[in-house]
Design a protein around this ligand. Structure first.
Ligand code: GLN
Ligand code: ZN
Length: 747
């Protein structure tokens, strides 16, 4: 039995990838310098693989995003970026003006660039996808790997005639029509054929495809499209890996003309039960993803051995692997030196996952006498938290009816119509980041740091008053990350020093690890919020991150259901809500930008996820009826979850709307009885452009045609922390002026 691993994090133990890329963007290193650095990184990753597993891929160290690389390799370059002039164009497509749209890769927090299919004559640039293999092909066990053609098609948007339009309006949209899909699929398959031909010419005996799209809900015609593609490629030896869930139709998956098929045995038990029911094609190799690529816990290797023995009976030709790409994990746990006692030995990051595969193989071959006993985590239990959870009653999940709350809040807050606000954070300058790192390295003391932050809060309150905003914020200067900040203050949650993950490009974050029962030992946000409130007569919003987002952006314990973890987090946030309330804070915003992200790939699993996610939010937001609860979400795929969002029972929600020019509002046209206040994002904070008053007004007018004007708030799309002051001030000025105009125009 062989081992395969894939998706190893490209970041490097010292974040070398990030430094290389950013140095290149700053002009500190040349293109050759960048390429040499990337090659060195890739070679060192190949060495790590080689020492521990039998088979591993080439071509994993993309300069920005592997979906973008695939598009360029296939020759899919939108007209506006032509002619393609090497790296200059590459980074324009990734992050220049009018860059490709960026969105989340399946149900993960990795963001990819959306390919744009504009026509069906493709001229592939094979070298773009084959050069890494060419360079490293003499290493033993290395195989070419590509994002598979079906997944590529599913992730793309294609230029197509707008549905229901008689005038031949062509829009870029995901493909929902079989005819359109077939045309593009055929072109894409041919382009893949060219790339595969190159690999063959280089002597590759086998190519690995990653095809997570086979785990989505698929129509029968989509399977036809997929088989069509694979029929065209059947002269090649392919291994096709699915992951993130069970494949949605195992029979049809097995019918694909591929020599090896990869299944994820970690995300749920369905692949296994389907296999046991319908069997496996014994002509094929089963690549069994049995080591979890998405969570940080050490595997119970004795159980895994039993699983392997069972699988061998179903599939004599068996390869074991990680269940999905390893780039969802930090590089190695060895360098962590400040984790709570007893936690480190329970953890396995990417490198340690390879070691687990290696150990399993040796155990099977008999070269290992015995496997270590599985060690149960002995820390983190808290009887008080468990008791609190058991004592929850239905009324803990519901507030006074909204109509009553609305009247109470109106009286207390006395806000203008079209009230203006921001989402929370204000620009985090270089200076702030310097002071923060001086504080964490001990160069300056706590007092000095805190008084620096207070100075920033004082300034930002003054700025907001001058701008004429209605509901103010304290600016979040003390927070570098909206999840990590809370994680550092919660019991039962650990944060790492080096556990960085790429979310896109060179951008990294450190997911916390929820290992035990969660509670809040003491107030987390009170000092800053109360200080801000003491400086103004206007309401300052208490600013919290919601339980669902904390959970979805962390690694989560697996010994209890996620629902319980979510409720524990909710109780901790609830304690903070109560403290804010007690101290006179009248508006509390609980951000849930990752509310949707945790939804499973298959819609049939949605009701269960949203059931507990909604309960967690309602539990943490059970404030007095006088307290106005806000929430914030920032993505545009809103339409199909609006029913669930409504059930959160907030008073006010702020949402993305500016990039889509208010298109998101069409969701509300079909929603009967929407009565909650809603802050329409009129300023796209992902862009340095300053929004014109006209465009702000247009979005609000569009909103007024769909929603009662009494419900409307005016705000940016998201927090302003990544923007500069020179853009923020004029943008907010425009926003406030438009709100004032609307007030006078609408009485
Ligand atoms: N309150 C947070 C901020 O303003 C919200 C960030 C987010 O939605 N991602 O930064
Ligand atoms: Zn946001």
């Amino acid at each position: 039995m062989k081992t395969l691993a894939f998706g190893y994090p490209k970041l490097g133990e010292k974040r070398e990838f990030k430094s290389l890329l950013e140095d290149f963007w700053k002009g500190k290193i040349s293109e050759d310098g960048l390429k040499d650095g990337i090659n060195a990184l890739e070679s060192s990753i190949a060495n790590t693989y080689m020492g521990l597993v039998d088979i591993f891929p080439a071509g994993e160290v993309s300069l920005y995003d592997f979906v973008l690389d695939t598009a360029i390799g296939l020759g899919i370059i939108p007209e506006r970026f032509k002619p393609y002039e090497g790296l200059k164009t590459y980074f324009k497509m990734a992050r220049g003006k009018n860059a490709l749209e960026m969105t989340k890769y399946f149900n993960t927090n990795y963001h990819y660039l959306v390919p744009e299919l504009e026509n069906v004559t493709l001229s592939p640039n094979p070298d773009f996808l084959t050069s890494s293999y060419k360079r490293l092909k003499n290493l033993s066990g290395i195989k070419p790997k590509l994002l598979g053609p079906f997944t590529f098609l599913k992730l793309s948007k294609a230029l197509q005639k707008q549905q229901g339009s008689n005038f031949g309006v062509f829009n870029l949209e995901p493909i929902k029509d079989q005819k359109v899909a077939e045309v593009y699929a055929s072109a894409i398959a041919d382009a893949y054929g060219v790339i595969l031909g190159e690999f063959r010419a280089e002597g590759a005996d086998l190519v690995i495809f990653e095809e997570p799209a086979f785990c989505m809900d698929l129509e029968s015609w989509e399977w036809d499209v997929a088989s069509g593609i694979y029929q065209k490629l059947k002269s090649h030896r392919l291994w096709v890996l699915s992951y993130y869930d069970s494949v949605s139709d195992l029979k049809r998956f097995m019918e694909l003309p591929a020599e090896g098929l990869g299944l994820d045995f970690c995300s749920n038990a369905e692949n296994l039960s389907n296999l046991e029911r319908i069997g496996f094609d014994s002509q094929k190799t089963l690549i069994a993803g049995i080591i979890n690529g998405r969570n940080v816990w050490r595997a119970n290797l004795r159980e895994k051995l039993k699983l392997i023995e069972g699988l061998l009976k179903l599939a004599p030709s068996l390869v074991i692997s990680n269940s999905c790409p390893l780039f969802h994990l930090p590089v190695s746990v060895k360098v962590e030196d400040s984790l709570p006692d007893g936690l480190k030995s329970a953890l396995a990051f990417a490198k340690e996952k390879l070691e687990e595969l290696n150990t399993l193989k040796r155990a099977l071959e008999g070269s290992l006498d015995s496997l270590e006993e599985d060690t149960k985590l002995s820390i983190g239990q808290d009887e008080n938290v468990k008791a609190r959870l058991r004592a929850l009653k239905e009324e803990d999940f519901s507030r006074e009816p909204y109509q009553i709350r609305k009247e109470l809040q109106k009286k207390i807050l006395g806000l203008n119509s079209f009230p203006t606000t921001t989402i929370g954070s204000f620009p985090q300058t270089q200076e702030l980041r310097r002071v923060r790192s001086e504080f964490s390295s001990g160069k300056i003391g706590r007092d000095e740091y805190e008084s620096y932050i207070k100075g920033l809060i004082k300034d930002v309150i003054k700025t907001q008053e001058e701008l004429g905003l209605d509901a103010l914020v304290h600016g979040e200067f003390e927070r570098s990350d909206m999840v990590e900040f809370f994680a550092q203050r919660l019991k039962g949650v650990a944060t790492t020093k080096h556990g960085w993950i790429i979310s896109y490009g060179s951008r990294v974050y450190r997911p916390p690890i929820i290992y035990g029962d969660v509670s809040r030992p003491e107030p987390m946000t009170l000092d800053e919020i109360l200080y801000a409130q003491s400086l103004t007569q206007k309401p300052v919003k208490g600013m919290l991150t919601g339980p669902v987002t904390i959970l979805n952006w962390s690694f989560v314990r697996e010994d209890i259901p996620k629902e319980e973890v979510a409720l524990q987090l909710a109780l901790a946030i609830y304690d903070e809500v109560k403290d804010l309330e007690k101290n006179g804070i009248k508006i509390i915003q609980i951000d849930e930008p990752a509310f949707r992200e945790g939804a499973p790939l298959k819609k049939r699993d949605w009701p269960e996820y949203f059931r507990w996610a909604i309960r967690a939010f309602r539990l943490c937001s059970k404030a007095n009826p006088e307290t106005q609860i806000h929430t914030h979400m920032c993505y545009s795929e809103f339409n199909d979850i609006l029913e669930y969002i409504y059930q959160l029972d907030f008073d006010v929600i702020s949402i993305e709307a500016s990039r889509s020019k208010g298109e998101i509002l069409s969701a509300f046209e079909n929603f009967k009885g929407w009565d909650r206040q809603i802050g329409i994002g009129v300023y796209d904070i992902h862009s340095p452009e300053i929004p014109e008053k006209d465009s702000i007004k247009q979005i609000l007018q569009r909103a007024m045609s769909v929603l009662d004007k009494e419900l409307l708030w005016v705000n940016p799309d998201c927090g302003l922390k990544t923007r500069g002051w020179q853009e923020v001030i004029p943008s907010l000025k425009n926003m406030v002026e438009v709100a004032k105009e609307l007030r006078s125009e609408n009485g």
